[in-house]
Design a protein around this ligand. Structure first.
Ligand code: ATP
Ligand code: MG
Length: 178
């Protein structure tokens, strides 16, 4: 087996649950392997998921930051322009992380949602990923990954919803859903 370091572009998309969870699982594994991991969240930010607390126990190998400001289309509390600004700022930071060479794994959580909501240019992100440092792994999560991102990726997994407790009226569980 070759031990050559090859940075992968990994996509977790689809309408089923598990995209952010998969990225966090990967982060745990990567930290165990001695890699430095950074996670930037593009949409979340209104409430604090439990992983934000757990992340502190994995510092400084793992760090995460919420740069979004919450729901964009579902009962939004802020105007579209505010989300646009937040997504652009998140992307600006992502570019800094890509260029810095300080991280081994960069997770862009829910960036696909940002594409879908026209908060971010797919072309610009594809261009930056094409020019990324060779060894850097990048994970992009979120529903509706655009074809250009799927084309560029080395690994694409679609989470397919078969059943979700939400359909039975079971509300989101702390520690499981957030
Ligand atoms: P998770 O963070 O649990 O891995 P995810 O990243 O795949 O989920 P998102 O689209 O980011 O999913 O949505 C986050 C929230 O939406 C979670 O609370 C999750 O349980 C819920 N959710 C995910 N899939 C579904 C679904 N098919 N029906 C209803 N709610 C869902
Ligand atoms: Mg998610």
């Amino acid at each position: 087996m070759s031990l050559e370091k090859r940075g992968l572009i990994i996509v977790y998309t689809g309408d089923g649950k598990g995209k952010t969870t998969a990225a966090l699982g990967l982060a745990l594994r990567a930290v165990g392997a001695g890699l430095k991991v950074r996670m930037l969240q593009f949409i979340k930010g209104e409430w604090k998921p439990a992983e934000l607390k757990a992340a502190k126990w994995l510092a400084p190998a793992f760090s995460m930051e919420q740069l979004g400001i919450g729901f964009v289309t579902y009962k939004p509390k802020r105007p579209y322009e505010a989300h646009l600004q937040a997504a652009q700022a998140a992307w600006a930071q992502a570019k800094v992380e890509i260029a810095s060479g300080h991280q081994d794994l960069l997770i862009l959580d829910e960036i696909n949602n940002a594409f879908q909501l026209n908060l971010l240019s797919v072309r610009e992100v594809v261009g930056a990923l094409q020019g990324k440092p060779e060894a850097l792994h990048v994970v992009l999560t979120g529903r509706g990954a655009p074809p250009e991102i799927i084309e560029l990726a080395d690994l694409v997994t679609e989470m397919k919803a078969i059943k979700h407790p939400y359909e039975k009226g079971i509300r989101a569980q702390y520690g499981i859903d957030f």
